[in-house]
Design a protein around this ligand. Structure first.
Ligand SMILES: *Cc1c(COP(=O)(O)O)cnc(C)c1O
Length: 450
């Protein structure tokens, strides 16, 4: 075991050291070579050292270098040193995050991390929380609490009796809501299409003046951080407008909620604490290992009511037992990496991470604009949309940039306009990374123009 783990550490260190000198996307050859791993199931055991060698030889080159500083695809964080080290330790411990009886360390670290996060993100103290796989499940978890609460006020017990025959719930979402939010609504029986779509402005923000009159059990799903523009809904005004006891305001803040942790960006999310629940990711902007998402609910009792189970063999303690707050029972002890990351960065470290990425996004926008390209969005957070001209030309340039390997960006269509999407979400992205990437973009565009 010792040799194997030392070998693993060496290989991991070598992988990280080589990141800066390789193409960001894996080469076509490296992906094709994965075929070497596709054998029939071996009849007999193989030495784990040999298995590791196979993984490193064929797996490492076929990875996307998204832990480096020049991956700007989707909204993807890298992994911070403390998070990676804690993840190694945590895998070694192999703790089950389900409860205190089977893992005191998992639960105690999760409780501390939850308290720190609520503080850092400026949420109401005493919030309930759940550590889940990502923002999709965080939305699901928080909206399950919402569904419970709005129906309970009408005297309906949705966990016991389901939705058949229940009073109808009005669900409002923005026209630019994330597709995973809609999926969560579908999973909860609230319907992907059975929603009222609220018109948005040119950045994708819900328009307060377009909010319909609200009556009866209602859930308003707002968004902090549009995946294209980074825009944040006017959550404070929406909460004020919907201020009646039948309404629950939820925030999908997968990455935008982190503006709360950076004093210079907090104006974007002002009043966000007036909502009833918040979903976010830690594997995006907090740069912890996959997978890690977080659901926060102002009234922990609503979350507990939606998620709690009972069985005679389960411990009956007075503690906050995580399994009563999450969709899962057994699960990865995600609080460990979060605790280590926050302990390592501190308040100012997180603020700098967020602010620096926002500054890098602005640098991208300025340099690309100087080069004559159009920036399609208002750059207020970490997202930049670039048009190189016609849709066909823009797509061809993006393809060339991806193949060039200096950096990686994806494409999108924003309100009818084809654009390249740059998302700066990694702790490692430096000014030099931005400048190298911009040079590559200009070069690729030049070649494509002919
Ligand atoms: C990324 C994202 C999600 C989904 O997050 P996962 O971690 O992939 O589940 C949901 N909403 C928004 C706004 C996002 O940016």
């Amino acid at each position: 075991m010792t040799n194997l783990l030392q070998d693993t550490a060496q290989r991991a260190i070598r992988y990280l050291a080589a990141l800066d000198d390789r193409g960001v996307a894996p080469s076509v050859e490296a992906v094709a070579a994965l075929g070497a791993l596709d054998t029939s199931l071996p009849d007999r055991p193989t030495d784990p050292a040999e298995v590791l060698d196979l993984l490193d030889t064929y797996g490492s080159p076929a990875t996307t270098a998204n832990t480096g500083g020049r991956y700007y695809g989707f909204v993807t964080g890298g992994v911070l040193p403390a998070a990676l080290a804690a993840s190694w330790m945590s895998s070694t411990w192999d703790q089950n995050g389900l409860g205190y009886t089977n893992s005191p360390v998992a639960v105690v670290l999760e409780e501390i991390a939850l308290r720190w996060l609520v503080d850092l993100l400026g949420l109401p103290s005493g919030c309930g929380g759940a550590f889940v796989t990502g923002a999709t499940m965080a939305n699901f978890t928080a909206l399950a609490a919402a569904r419970h609460a709005v129906l309970k006020r009408t005297g309906w017990d949705v966990e016991a009796d389901g939705l058949f025959g229940a009073p109808p719930i009005t669900v409002l979402i923005g026209e630019e809501a994330h597709p995973t939010l809609t999926k969560s609504l579908g999973l909860l029986g609230l319907g992907r299409n059975r929603v009222v779509k609220v018109p948005v402005d040119d950045q994708g923000r819900m328009r307060v003046d377009a909010l319909p009159d609200i009556a009866g059990p209602t859930i308003i799903c707002t968004q902090a951080g549009n995946v294209n523009t980074g825009a944040i809904d006017p959550i404070c005004e929406l909460s004020d407008r919907s201020d009646n006891s039948g309404t629950w305001v939820h925030v999908d803040g997968a990455f935008g909620l982190w503006a709360q942790a950076a004093p210079q960006r907090r104006y974007l999310t002002a009043g966000i604490e007036k909502a009833d629940s918040w979903a976010t990711d830690a594997h995006k902007w907090l740069n912890v290992t996959y997978d890690c998402g977080l659901a926060f609910v102002k009234d922990p009792a609503a979350l507990r009511a939606a998620m709690s189970i009972s069985a005679v063999y389960l411990p009956q303690t007075t503690r906050r037992e995580p399994l009563h707050y999450t969709p899962e029972a057994s699960r990865r002890a995600r609080g460990i990496e979060i605790w280590a990351t926050l302990r390592s960065l501190g308040r100012t470290g997180v603020a700098d991470l967020i602010e620096d990425d926002c500054r890098m996004a602005t640098r991208f926008a300025e340099k690309l604009q100087q080069a004559g390209f159009e920036i399609v969005n208002e750059v207020m957070l970490n997202q930049v949309l670039v048009s190189f001209g016609t849709p066909g030309h823009t797509l061809a340039v993006i393809k060339r940039i991806q193949e060039d390997g200096t950096c990686w960006c994806g494409s999108t269509v924003w309100q009818g306009r084809t654009a390249m999407r740059i998302s700066v979400s990694s702790w490692t992205t430096t000014e030099e990374d931005v400048d190298r990437s911009v040079e590559a973009m200009i070069r690729c565009e030049g070649i494509e123009r002919g």
